[in-house]
Design a protein around this ligand. Structure first.
Ligand code: RBF
Length: 167
């Protein structure tokens, strides 16, 4: 199983449904866009490769990862959006900002998913340095944007099967 390798970019077909009837919201942070744009590209390609129509993928940008929670809520509250994917990259610096931003966005995104009862996927890289982020946005550790999209599809698959948790 690919997740044993901490890498879902090569995923198994189990619980991968076709998603032509679903609408996705993606919110992506502009901060560290050399990383977040490849994450976005990976997520969109993966959704399309699994049947999503391009016109059913709504993409919004925000300034930084801290803004992902509220923007995810704006997308999640739209009835026709079935799942939201939040993409960002926070790189450890000398300040405490790293911890505050990571904590805030992790909690915020979790709360949005629970409030709106929809998958809201945490596709935020939290790395020590730029190299680690590059490795996870199309490098040797895959593309976490692909993985975020696969996770959204898997959650919709679980919901579609109405409670069959055989993954
Ligand atoms: N946003 C990110 O998405 N990634 C970062 O690594 C990041 N680092 C920041 C470091 C500092 C010192 C500050 C002030 C902001 C940083 N932000 C970062 C932006 C943050 O997510 C948010 O957009 C701003 O704080 C405005 O609310």
């Amino acid at each position: 199983m690919a997740s044993n390798l901490k890498n879902l970019s090569e995923y198994s077909s189990k619980n991968i449904i076709k998603v032509e009837d679903y609408t996705f919201g993606i919110v992506v942070a502009e901060w560290n866009e050399a990383i977040t744009l490849p994450l976005l590209e990976g997520a969109v390609n993966t959704l399309v490769n699994n049947g999503a129509k391009k016109e059913n993928i709504i993409i919004k940008t925000v300034a930084g990862s801290f803004e992902l929670s509220l923007a995810s809520q704006w997308l999640a509250q739209e009835q026709d959006i079935d799942a939201v994917i939040a993409l960002g990259c926070v790189i450890q610096g000398e300040t405490k900002h790293f911890d505050f931003i990571c904590q805030a966005v992790a909690n915020g995104i979790t709360n949005v998913g629970l409030k709106y009862d929809k998958p809201v996927i945490f596709g935020v890289l939290t790395t020590d340095n730029l190299e680690q982020a590059q490795e996870r946005s199309g490098g040797k550790h895959g593309n976490k944007g692909d993985e975020a999209a696969i996770t959204a599809i898997k959650m919709l698959g679980i919901r579609e099967k109405k409670g069959i948790w055989d993954f």
